[in-house]
Design a protein. Structure first.
Length: 171
């Protein structure tokens, strides 16, 4: 399956671990803005947290995901939610306007387009988290291991890089 190709699967696992880490950091720092970005080799955490606190959060996140807490892989602030909302609401709003030939006709169709956009927004609320759980994250960590965590920037926006590796069993 496409989602299980190595680079994609590694990105999905890192995305799940990033979300779980952010959930745990949010418990400790409820008033801080913390964001992340994942790729096949790990993820970035942006936010005012110490390397020690981040290391503890990553370790706890990995442990909890391995223990079956797959809900940690889904985060309300994920870009998947925003993209789903924008695409669905925008596409549905466009549909009634797409066949109109004049501005006058578009004006009359505008309330329908707004209604369709609201419908798209409403449908996207459960769809975004569903897509996270089934497509953009993978809560099964497999053989994923933390290689190291590095502080990249202290001034301005504190940024850390979490490097992961998929360890294979050697015989």
């Amino acid at each position: 399956m496409f989602l299980d190709l190595p680079l994609i699967l590694e990105t999905r696992r890192n995305h799940a671990l990033e979300h779980a880490t952010i959930h745990i950091l949010a418990e400790k720092y409820p008033d801080r803005h913390i964001a992340g970005h994942s790729n096949p080799t790990g993820f970035f955490i942006l936010g005012n947290v110490s390397t020690e606190d981040l290391t503890n959060a990553v370790d706890e996140a990995l442990t909890r995901l391995r223990a079956g807490e797959s809900n940690l892989a889904v985060h309300p602030g994920c870009g998947t939610n925003y993209a789903t909302t924008a695409l669905l609401a925008g596409t549905l709003a466009w549909l009634p306007l797409s066949g109109s030939k004049s501005n006058r006709q578009r004006l009359w169709l505008l309330p329908i387009a707004v209604g369709f956009a609201i419908l798209g927004y409403t449908l996207s609320r459960p769809l975004g988290p569903f897509l996270q759980a089934k497509v953009t994250t993978e809560a099964d960590m497999g053989n994923l291991q933390i290689e190291h965590i590095r502080l990249l920037a202290k001034r301005g926006l504190v940024t850390h890089r979490v490097i992961t590796k998929n360890k294979t069993h050697e015989t």
